[in-house]
Design a protein around this ligand. Structure first.
Ligand code: NAP
Length: 395
């Protein structure tokens, strides 16, 4: 009952659907409450309903169950297929593995999808922030985030150093921590495939492969090669390669090109209009999505989704902003826009669009939370919940 099912390789969504949610730590409580109000209002307007089912992770889970990520949480996401989460605290340099990384890996949510688009009225460091409109597909399971690493002082790190010395005559200082950067063909290909489908379905004009293959040839460089090969093999009718172009790209084809990561940071600042869909490895994607969010006015407006073949967990790009915990102050827009991505994933485009339009209207009328209020002259600063209510009035 009220469950999403998978039939003939497609999601089947009931009109009244149960969606599990993780409230999140820090500002999670405030922004989740605001997000649910807005989404309920938008969804009810199109005659649908979401039944919210709370599942536990992070500090709340630890307080109630003694576990940071109870097994039941993962089981519930698998049972209900699509979920949404607030930010979770990640202790730096301690033994606990990042809960976010664990969720992504255990559910095989291999694509982290982050659209970045400008909202008129928001202050940005760019002269023409409206020219930036990209969707970043960041690989979510591999790279230096795979969690294969050993502290310098451990016997495991020593074993790896000894192996490198005896097998390859590579000498590393005895106080060297070791991390491994795995990049595989299947993981690179499935990410590129998802990005290509997105580009085709959303009539995007280009897909740019971002890598650091000039230095890391057999990981980042291989990623580039495998992405190109996949595009040529599976999407030949849809694409044109920049390297084979003489003049502008035909308007009915998707331009495929690649950029080295450091140059891509420059490009997105200097020529934002030239980029559209970006597909990249895990670490590059992490940096790039925050940088892009900053270009359009900050993390308070940056949504994201972790998406696998069917399972999907949507989440804001920012963290728990602990100093604003329970102050009804944080900007809920990032989580609301993540929920918009979730509505699109469910196929409820009309409700999704209405939320975006209402958010634009609310920001343009200068009713905003503290973060935007300090940038916008003459703004009326409101709390997280009051922002949600103003947005609902504009639906
Ligand atoms: P952060 O929580 O993103 O906060 C950094 C600053 O960004 C805040 O102090 C605030 O700036 C601004 N900010 C973030 N979210 C905002 C919002 N919704 N509204 C308004 N302003 C917002 O980054 P952090 O302090 O580095 O990380 C805190 C914790 O979150 C860490 O434990 C980290 O591991 C975790 N984290 C979790 C996730 C996740 O769950 N996906 C992602 C990133 C980080 P001002 O102080 O200038 O107002």
């Amino acid at each position: 009952m009220n469950k999403i099912t998978i039939e003939n390789n497609k999601l089947v969504i009931p009109d009244k659907v149960t969606i599990p949610f993780i409230e999140g730590d820090g500002i999670g409580g405030d922004i989740t409450k605001a997000m649910r109000l807005v989404i309920d209002a938008a969804v009810n307007k199109i005659g649908k309903e979401i039944i919210w089912l709370e599942i536990l992770a992070g500090e709340k889970a630890f307080r109630q169950t003694g576990q940071w990520l109870p097994a039941e949480t993962l089981e519930k996401i698998k049972e209900y297929v699509v979920a949404i989460k607030g930010p979770l605290t990640t202790p730096i340099g301690k033994g606990i593995r990042s809960l976010n990384v664990t969720l992504r890996q255990d559910l095989d949510l291999y694509a982290c999808v982050r659209p970045v688009v400008y909202f008129s009225g928001v202050e940005s460091p760019l002269k023409h922030p409206e020219q930036l409109d990209v969707v970043i597909f960041r690989e979510n399971t591999e790279d230096v985030y795979a969690g294969i690493e050993w502290e310098a002082s451990t016997p495991e790190a020593k074993d790896v150093r000894d192996f490198l010395k005896t097998r390859f005559n590579i000498s590393l200082h005895e106080e060297t921590g070791i991390g491994i950067k795995p990049i595989s063909r299947p993981a690179s290909e499935r990410l590129m495939r998802k990005a290509m489908h997105h580009a085709i379905e959303n009539k995007r004009k280009s897909v740019t492969i971002v890598h650091k293959g000039n230095i890391m040839k057999y990981t980042e460089g291989a990623f580039r090669t495998w992405c190109y090969e996949l595009a040529k093999r599976e999407f030949a009718d849809y694409i044109v390669l920049e390297s084979e172009l003489q003049g502008p790209a035909p308007s009915d084809k998707i331009l495929i090109n690649d950029r080295i990561a450091d140059s891509m940071f420059q490009q997105l600042l200097l020529r934002p209009a030239d980029y559209d869909v970006v597909v990249t490895t895990n670490l590059n994607g992490d940096y790039l999505s925050d940088a892009c969010a900053a270009q359009v006015g900050g993390l308070g407006l940056a949504p994201g989704g972790n998406i696998g073949d069917f399972y999907a967990v949507f989440e804001a790009t920012h963290g728990t902003a602990p100093k604003y915990t329970d102050l009804n102050k944080a900007n809920p827009s990032s989580l609301i826009l993540s929920a918009v991505m979730m509505l699109e994933y469910l196929g409820w485009q009309e409700a999704a669009k209405s939320v975006v339009t209402a958010m634009e209207k609310t920001i343009q009328s200068k009713i905003v939370t503290y973060d935007l209020a300090r940038q916008i002259e003459g703004a009326t600063e409101v709390g997280s919940l009051e922002f949600a209510k103003a947005l609902i009035n504009n639906l």
